[in-house]
Design a protein. Structure first.
Length: 373
């Protein structure tokens, strides 16, 4: 298969075998939609009853396979049987379970590992994948062509954690249908700050609570909602921190939101207080909803927006700096409105129609490597 006018559509097997709710699970849908927008023919593979299944639009090609976290070889055999009559040019594997299962297809098409998070350690998978994609705000066809300082500054942490060394490695941004996230401006009587993500330490929600306590001490009126999926009882731990800080009236922890777009639309300010991120899909979704954002100054988020235009960066793991950034926006509704408009415009660059052709172009390059014999 070749890229260019008259070439047959790129056929992509898009595998994600997680069952939880969160950014990884949403991303498999965004990859599918971006590939469609770029003219490819994706087939997505999920576990039975996967939360992500309900996010696919009617008519999308999706199959479900029985999986076993303990017996990954069994998932591989099941996957091989499920796609035995399918033709594909490249395999996308999202997460450890998908990558392990995809090894069964190594002789049929190149396998591309998508490193959504630092817990995907590709080194332990040896040489059984052919290329890698790092989700990033700035796309690069081959990050190995970057100078060493840029490579280390932007992607060094993830590269070390993922164990990528000699593989062809590209970066691609997440994508969305911007119109689906567009929301009217909120009419809250009191400014509402919000956060969204899986409840674990890397998301820095404890830092956000500490900043909220500082805002309360300064006499600032606000409400804060931290929404997300529980992770090993983290929501109970976070509730205990909230109560110890005497923030029960100001802070609510409603759990996962079934309609993230409506939730983001209810906010006056979106905050990403993470200690670590790879891309930060919720940040893009918040900007698409037309909300000013406050985010940790992390290397992986450096290209997300321009500080002072779409939102504000703060020094990572510094609750005082976070409180200062939130305070600035809480005190200035005109600034919030200006940033909201710029944020919505920024998100347009990540619409499926805009980035879909880039997805297909990069994956076509990986497909050209051919299956191993």
């Amino acid at each position: 298969m070749t890229e260019g006018a008259g070439a047959p559509p790129l056929r992509v097997l898009n595998i994600m075998l997680g069952v939880r709710s969160g950014g990884l699970e949403r991303s498999v849908v965004s990859f599918h939609e971006a590939l469609l927008a770029g003219g490819a023919e994706p087939l997505s593979v999920l576990s039975p009853g996967a939360w992500a299944r309900g996010l696919f639009a009617p008519g999308r090609r999706v199959v479900e396979i029985e999986t076993s976290e303990r017996f990954s070889w069994l998932a591989g055999r099941t996957l091989s049987a499920a796609v035995a009559n399918e033709a594909f040019d490249v395999v996308l594997a999202h997460g450890n379970r998908a990558l392990k299962a995809a090894f069964a297809l190594v002789k049929r098409a190149p396998i591309v590992a998508v490193a959504h998070a630092t817990n995907l350690n590709l080194a332990k998978h040896g040489h059984r994948f052919d290329a890698a994609i790092l989700p990033a705000w700035a796309p690069e066809r081959d990050i190995k062509t970057l100078d060493k300082a840029t490579l280390a500054g932007r992607y060094g942490g993830l590269l070390r954690a993922a164990g990528i060394s000699d593989r062809a490695t590209a970066t691609l941004p997440h994508a969305l249908r911007a119109a689906d996230w567009s929301q009217p401006q909120p009419t809250n009587s009191m400014p509402l700050i919000g956060a969204l993500g899986r409840f674990d330490r890397n998301k820095g929600f404890d830092l956000l609570l500490a900043a909220a306590r500082l805002l309360k001490d300064r006499g600032r009126e606000f409400r804060l909602v931290i929404a997300g999926a529980d992770s090993h009882g983290s929501v109970a731990e976070l509730a205990a921190v909230r109560d110890a800080l005497d923030l029960t009236e100001e802070v609510s922890l409603p759990g996962w939101m079934t309609s993230p777009a409506a939730y983001l639309g209810s906010l006056d300010i979106f905050c990403m207080s993470s200690r670590r991120e790879t891309f930060g899909l919720a940040l893009l979704e918040a900007m698409a909803a037309g909300r000013p954002v406050v985010a940790s100054r992390l290397a992986d988020l450096a290209d997300a927006f321009v500080d002072g235009r779409e939102g504000l960066f703060f020094e990572s793991e510094n609750p005082v700096a976070l409180a200062d950034a939130l305070d600035r926006l809480l005190a200035d509704p005109v600034l919030r409105a200006s940033m909201a408009g710029h944020a919505k415009q920024r998100a347009q660059a990540f619409d499926y129609a805009m980035v879909g052709p880039l997805y297909v172009s990069i994956l076509a390059g990986f497909a050209a490597m051919g299956a191993r014999t």
